[in-house]
Structures are given as C-alpha cells and as structure tokens.
Design a binder for this molecule. Structure first.
Ligand code: SF4
Length: 691
C-alpha cells in the first residue's frame, strides 16, 4: 500500500498582531502549521519576527473556534444555518432602520480584518442603512494622534517609513514601549543606535527597555507631556535653534503659535512635569541641533483626556525644528493593531469615506453615490456616532442595533460595566468573530468569521504600507471570511454586489478614492507593497510632505495649545496612579495569544509593578497579593517590585484578569476625539493575606 504525505504548502502572509506589519511564509501540511519562516524579501522585517509572529498561532485550530452561526433563543445560543442567520440579520436591521431611522444603527469595524472588509463594513452602513455611524478601534488608541496630525500636517499616518526611523540622526520615543509593543521596529532602532551612532531620547513615566538604552531618559509626571514638549519648542525658538527658513517657507500661524508658548517657561515645565530644567535644556539642544529627527509616540500619549492636544504639541515641536519632509524626519504614531491604520484608511470612521474623503462635502458624496449607483441624497451628510458615543446612545436607547466585527468592545472599552449595560439595552445585536468573545456573548446573532490565515486580502501597517496576504488554509467548518459575510448580508438586503474575490473590492476603492488610485492586487503580488498615497501610475509615497503638506494651501500649521490637568487625579483615598499597557508576549484581550501553551507559559499571571519606595512604605514584597480598587471596581493581582516604575505610579498589564482592567477605568475621555483616558486611573492598594 502506498501512502503519500500531503505536500507541504508555503504561503506568504502578514502578521495579525501589532502594526509593524511583518510578513513571512507559513509552512503548512493541511491544517497543521509546521513553521513560520521569515523571508529576506519581507519589506518591513526581513528575517526578523517577535515571539507573537513566530509562535502565537495556536488559535487557528483552537477547539473553541466558531464554526457555525449562532442565534440566541430563550436566552441561549443555538446553532443555525447561514441562510437562517443572514435572513434574520437582514430583516431585523432593515426593520429597525425603517422604524427608528438610519442613525439608530451603529457599526464597529475590525482593526484585525482586511482593508476590503473595512470598506464593505462602511459601505453597508452608508449605502444600505444610510448612516455614518461607523468606527473602529483606533478610537481607543491612535485617533488623538491622527487629530494632532490633521491639525498640523494633514495626513493621519506616519510621515515616513521605518527606513526613515532607521536613518534619523536622533530618534525620540515618547509614551511608547517600543521594545514590547513594536518589537521589530525597536530592533531596527537598537541596531542603528549601536552600529550607526544614532542618538536616542526616551520620555516615559516607565523605565522600560528603550529607556534603559537611551542617551537621555526623561521621566515626566503622568499626563504632563504637552508641557515639556511646548517648553522645548519655546526654548528652541528663544535660543535661535528654530528652523526659520523652513517655518517661513512652509508653515502658517508661526507668530501666533510662538505667542501661545509664553506660559511654557522652563520653570513652569519643571514644576508641572518634574523634569529638571537641566534635562529639559539638554533635550532641547539634542532635538534642536540634530540634523534629522523622527519622533515616535503611542498610547502613553494618546490615552489621556487631552491626548489629541499632546499629539499636536509633539507635531508642533517637529515643525519648529524643520523635521518634516526630509529623509529621516517626521512624526510616527505607532499603530497598535495589524490593520488599525487600514480600517481608518478604508472608511471605518464617522466622518470620512475611504481615503479620508469628508462625508460633509457634497462633491465627495456625489462621487461615492455615483460609484455605488445611487442618488447623492441617499448618502447621509451628517457626521455619525463613534464607538464611545454609540455605547452612550445605546444606553439611552437611541442606538437600537449594533453590528460589531471582530472587536472585543466588552473588554477593551473603558468602564466596561457601563458598556455591558448598554449592550443589554439594544433591540438587536450582531457580532462577527472567530470566537464567542465576551462581546459576542451579548449578541442576538453571532456570525462565525475567519482569521487572516483563511482568506485573501490586504492590510496597511503603521508606515502606511499596503501588503497582500494569501489564504494559508481553507475556512474552518462553516466559518466565512468577513468580506463574504458582508457581501452575503448585503445581497439579502437587496444589494447584489457580486464580489467573488477581494481584489474586486480593492479595484472598486481604487476607482473612487484619490489616495488609492494606483492600488491593485497585481501591484501587490507576492512580496510587493505600496505605501499610500498611490498615484494612478502605481508610484507610491514612502516619504510624505517633501513638496507640500496635505492642507488646502500646502502649508503646515503650528497649532496653539493650552495645558489642561488630567480629568482623573489621585486624592487622599485613591492615592496611586495605575499606568497600564501591553506586554511583549500577549496581545490585547488575549483572545488569540491566550489560546495555546506556548505563549501563556511566558506570561502566566496578572501582576502589578510596584516601585521599591512604595513597596517599602506599604511593607509589601515580590509575590504578595494586593487588591487594586478604583472609583469603579477592583481586581486582585500579584506584586512585582521594580524600579521600572517610580513613587506612587503602578503599572498593570492590560491582558489578564477577571475582572479586566477596564472594570476599573472610567468614563473620562478626550473631548476632541472621544478616546477614553485609560491611562488616567487613580486607585488604592490593599494588601491581601498571604496564601
Ligand atoms: Fe507581528 Fe508585530 Fe511581532 Fe512583527 S513585531 S511579528 S508584526 S507582533
């Protein structure tokens, strides 16, 4: 008897975790993943990956994957056919739209799904339902950074590529634990620092690995970054280090901005931030005198009640020193999810169509209406609700139905008890996911979707690079790619789009959105990639702003700001601040990284980092159990004493725990963008008896 092993299949894919966008081959035999093989051709990572890209794939074949649609009946889920589930979803959404109006329905698109799927999410919302209430998880992370860039330079994306970061004479990292959250970018910075003499300034409340490596490490008090950034701008102006030629030639509102810096003296900055004047002066000279500066920031800046203003202050500082539009310069908000950039780029935002084309502009609406074969009046000119407002509106029963695609809103949104209550108020709730997530458990209908390994598509990474990924293995059970689910759903709502492959969806976008004019699957084949905006001839734009900024007159804007104190502060009772963030080994809710032994054993328990001085004052030691209690909720965790944190500031990873971190975070948010102030969390700490 002859027995033949099935062939080993090698398929190019793109990592589905962080926004770095590493690509590699997956070697598989049927559904078995044999290995992840990084390839030298990969444009971002070459032969590197981190632990997640290499090993965190057990979830693909996890026994808890959803393989059939589920319908809630008498309070319990029962399996259903696709025909029954899709018919029910179509009927209920149309009924609710007709009865309560288009804006009674909200859509949350996925930052892990593909660009094509993001496009179809907003197409259903805008074209079929008639609402602009569509959003994605960038609301929880980098939307404030996008606002800061819109205000100053125009595009909501990194100014250059990772190669520019590598090229810079000076890299400034602010509120971003790059080594754990964007490990492959961190490796490239470490190499440039070690081998090319690149200088590194790190500003962070937590002394993480990049802070340890920095030439200058500044440790501000929490939520005070706008102050030191503005004080550096003022000092640079006052000491003749501003790039006056660049400012005169390319920037508006210079004098007005300079006047607004009046309060930001070194004395004021020292008092508010706790950074000494000597350190501020040293930082100002390093930034002001460097030939090229790249500034990276992330959730340590954005997840505050004034994250948009602080992001704006950082971009202002780059403008003052002429650090845009040249190789090795620019602002780089580090995107968290693999496709959070793409979800926004392809229209899952309340105010713009794909390519950031405004819903309030009649000419833009007419263009999209023509492409979709309807009259312009069919498309709403009203800015929709974002994630934050959808939850508020659901609690008030003004949003009656929601569709959530691949987002763990019940865990990831701040003040989660409030979110759970809002979900129970919905008349109808649909979730598309690969697992019965905490969010899906509130749903009326759950539609089983596929991870990226079971479909074709494209993602956009943090540097605006569009990359192709290919189906590694067929969908598990009856699960379907989100683009197919959305296409099938649209057909049942009277819109037969007829897509049989995601390339057709990309062709449709490229035919309408200026930014993606020259994008096609042919130009993305294999290891090829394109960095948006992409011209009709296929030429792309790795470095933005070389000639003009993305504003009406092509000039950047220095945007005046005031400092405002954080919304949530410590007091006599809640006397500690709990900073929170990611760890290298895990990702967000752990719905994917928490599925297999290979990753969990690296990070098994929920812990809290406590400073040596606080540990001594409270008589606690490594391994003790403590209870943290905020003004909303409590959680128990193990103590890790470390000088990574200082004084009364703690650090708590966001990944583990029942209850989760967001049962402690609160309702405070940035009023400019509605991003929750996750990092403003006052708690008290009680010691628990030793087991
Ligand atoms: Fe994936 Fe990010 Fe790790 Fe690269 S650095 S392998 S994209 S998690």
């Amino acid at each position: 008897m002859h027995w033949r092993q099935p062939e080993i299949k090698r398929t190019k894919t793109v990592c589905t975790y962080c926004g770095v966008g590493c690509s590699f081959e997956m070697w598989t035999r049927e559904r078995h993943l044999l290995k992840v093989q990084p390839m030298v051709q990969a444009p971002v990572n070459g032969i590197s990956t981190c632990i997640k890209g290499k090993f965190a794939w057990d979830f693909i074949n996890d026994e808890k994957r959803l393989t059939t649609p589920l319908i809630r009946e008498h309070g319990r889920f029962r399996p259903a056919s696709w025909d029954e589930a899709l018919s029910l979803v179509a009927r209920r959404l149309l009924e609710i739209r007709d009865r309560h109006g288009a804006d009674s329905i909200g859509f949350i698109g996925s930052s892990k799904a593909s660009n094509e799927e993001a496009y179809l999410t907003q197409k259903i919302a805008r074209l079929i339902i008639g609402t602009n209430s569509v959003d994605n998880s960038s609301r929880y992370c980098q939307n404030p950074a996008t606002m800061g860039l819109f205000r100053t330079v125009g595009y909501g994306g990194d100014a250059g590529t990772i190669a520019d970061i590598e090229k810079a004479d000076l890299v400034v990292i602010v509120g971003n634990n790059t080594a754990e959250n964007h490990p492959v970018i961190a490796s490239r910075i470490k190499a440039a620092h070690k081998h090319r003499g690149q200088k590194l300034v790190v500003v962070d409340t937590r002394r993480h690995e990049m802070a340890e490596r920095a030439d200058l490490y500044l440790r501000p008090k929490a939520s005070t970054d706008l102050v030191w950034a503005s004080a550096l701008s003022r000092y640079i102006f006052d000491h003749g280090m501003a790039d006056t030629e660049f400012l005169a030639g390319r920037v508006n509102r210079v004098d007005e901005y300079r006047r607004s810096l009046e309060p930001f003296t070194l004395e004021f900055a020292e008092r508010i931030t706790g950074i000494s004047q000597a350190e501020l002066v040293r930082a100002a000279h390093m930034i002001g005198e460097a030939k090229s500066v790249c500034l990276l920031w992330a959730m340590g800046i954005t997840q505050h009640s004034h994250g948009a203003d602080t992001s704006t202050a950082l971009s202002n500082l780059l403008l003052v020193t002429g650090n845009y539009g040249r190789p090795g310069t620019g602002g780089y908000p580090m995107r968290g999810h693999n496709n959070v950039q793409g979800a926004s780029d392809f229209g899952c935002l309340k105010n713009v169509y794909p390519g950031y084309e405004k819903v309030t502009d009649p000419a833009i609406r007419a263009k999209w209406a023509k492409a979709w074969g309807v009259e312009p009046e069919r498309l709403s000119d009203k800015i929709g609700q974002d994630n934050f407002l959808m939850v508020e509106e659901a609690a008030q029963k003004r949003i009656r139905a929601m569709v959530v695609i691949g987002e763990e809103t019940a865990y990831s949104d701040a003040d989660s008890e409030n979110v759970h209550k809002a979900f129970t108020e919905l008349d109808f709730f649909v979730v598309q996911d690969i697992f019965l997530s905490r969010t899906a458990q509130f749903a009326d209908v759950v539609l089983p979707s596929c991870p990226s390994t079971e479909k074709d598509g494209t993602f956009v990474n943090t540097e605006r690079r569009i990359q192709r990924f290919y189906e590694v293995m067929p969908p598990l059970g009856e699960s379907r790619p989100d683009w197919r689910i959305l296409t099938d759903l649209a057909a049942r709502m009277g819109h037969d789009w007829g897509y049989t492959h995601p390339s057709q969806i990309m062709d449709e976008v490229a035919g309408v959105a200026e930014m993606f004019k020259g994008v096609s699957y042919a130009r993305l084949e294999g290891w090829k990639s394109l960095v948006w905006p992409v011209n009709a001839d296929g030429s792309d734009t790795p470095l933005l702003y070389t000639e003009r900024f993305h504003t009406d007159d092509g000039r950047a804007v220095l945007y005046p700001l005031e400092w405002k104190a954080p919304a949530e502060q410590a007091d006599d009772e809640y006397d500690l601040l709990a900073d929170n963030g990611r760890m290298l080994e895990q990702f967000q809710s752990t719905n994917q990284t928490g599925r297999g032994p290979r990753i969990w054993r690296e990070a098994p328990n929920w812990f809290v980092e406590v400073s040596p001085e606080l540990a001594q004052a409270r008589g606690i030691a490594d391994g003790d159990w403590v209870r943290l209690t905020s003004r909303r909720g409590s959680a128990d965790m193990i103590v890790l004493v470390t000088d990574r944190v200082r004084g009364n500031t703690l650090f708590v990873p966001i990944h583990q725990g029942k209850p989760g971190i967001n049962e402690m975070t609160g309702e405070h948010h940035d009023p400019d963008v509605n991003t929750p102030a996750y990092k403003e969390l006052a708690v008290k700490l009680e010691c628990l008896p030793r087991p």
